[in-house]
Write a protein that binds this ligand. Sequence first.
Ligand code: FAD
Length: 398
Amino acid sequence: MLICGAGAPGLTLALLLSKTGLNLSIVIIDPAPERVLLNAEADTRTVALMRGSAEILKAAGAWDACAAQGGRLETLQIIDDSRPGHDTIAVPFRADEIGQELFGINMPNNPLRAALTGKALQTKNIRLITEMELLSYEPDDFGITAQTSGGAICAKLIVGADGRNSAVRQCAGIDAWERDYGQNAITCFIEHAKPHNGTSTEFHRPGGPFALVPLPGNSSSVVWTEKRDDAARLMKLRKNEFERALQECTNDLLGAIKLIKGPQSFPLIALKARRLTAPRMALAAEAAHVLHPLGAQGLNLSLRDVEALAAIIADAAELGLDYGSRAILNRYESRRRADVGSRLAVIDTLNRMVSNDAGALKTLRRAGLKAVGSVPFLKDFVMQQGMAPDIRSGIKMQ
Ligand SMILES: Cc1cc2nc3c(=O)[nH]c(=O)nc-3n(C[C@H](O)[C@H](O)[C@H](O)COP(=O)(O)OP(=O)(O)OC[C@H]3O[C@@H](n4cnc5c(N)ncnc54)[C@H](O)[C@@H]3O)c2cc1C
């Protein structure tokens, strides 16, 4: 099988398949050099990985190598700060309210990818080829022939885990619905005087959500959404001016703030491929769906894609079936459609509500948040929905 893209989802798929004992031959290609994939030094991007994702990474054998660098997420707090001069509304959601110790771990991106790459390089039936990109592929009845920058590769199935501009998706002729939010996410790492106590805080502000997510010790990662022009202006500030702007956004929640890394800025879009499969091809992760970072769902959803795909391929291979056949790919398409569609719709709606300055919507949003905070069964329902895939799987986290 050929996997295009050695991001966390592509590497996790390769590792999960290598552990099935079926001796599948797995080739994974990526244009990045090996030293980049193995670079474990954190930049400014982190992913809040919920409990189910941690279990998938444990099953892939990569969790122990990176978990210590993550921050524990014990409480998720939403603060509505959208009406300057009015009281803020704060609603905390504690993991122990739904009988869990943690919601998850906030993990820097690079150490996670480096741990997965290290494992893949040590695994006998995975061949990781770096500095090689997919140019095109052609399916036939028995498999695909891929043209890459390093020559042709034949396989029974090609998996596109090659990011939002997926060459695999384009070669398959699959259209994607896309929305440009006109916003950027500014990311950075900070140190702060007061402890975060395992609390991730999302401020709902006029320009968009602003999140402080715990890292070990008195440090946090920041995901600051602003309209594109405002983000460009913030990126031009001097370090001390940027620190002052951060301080204002946090309402002094964490005391004095020092900028440690960054800032970096990323344009925000939503994208959904019209189909997840084509003859002899499956899409996963951002090749299939891109979400706004609000709610921290993107990689969690992607890991669920590759977990499902690995299980479906392994079941077929164990029975001696052709795992690249239409019948097997249909199982993947139908298993993932609802989760992908519903997460994307919820996050898209939430972002458009949170980032909207219209007075009536602001009032409605504040009333909704107040209701969730004060009606116990409503709060419980919201938490159960947010954690639903993890709770269903009955996962325990160490
Ligand atoms: C600011 C921000 C914060 C976020 N926070 C969270 C969070 O808290 N929780 C969460 O779950 N998600 C979060 N996300 C989303 C998460 O980062 C992404 O879902 C995830 O990184 C995407 O992984 P991917 O492998 O699909 O894509 P990528 O990371 O883009 O990887 C794609 C890989 O494919 C390779 N590639 C490209 N073209 C080719 C080709 N032609 N042939 C072969 N390989 C190719 C690339 O080199 C790359 O290595 C966040 C996103 C942003 C922008």
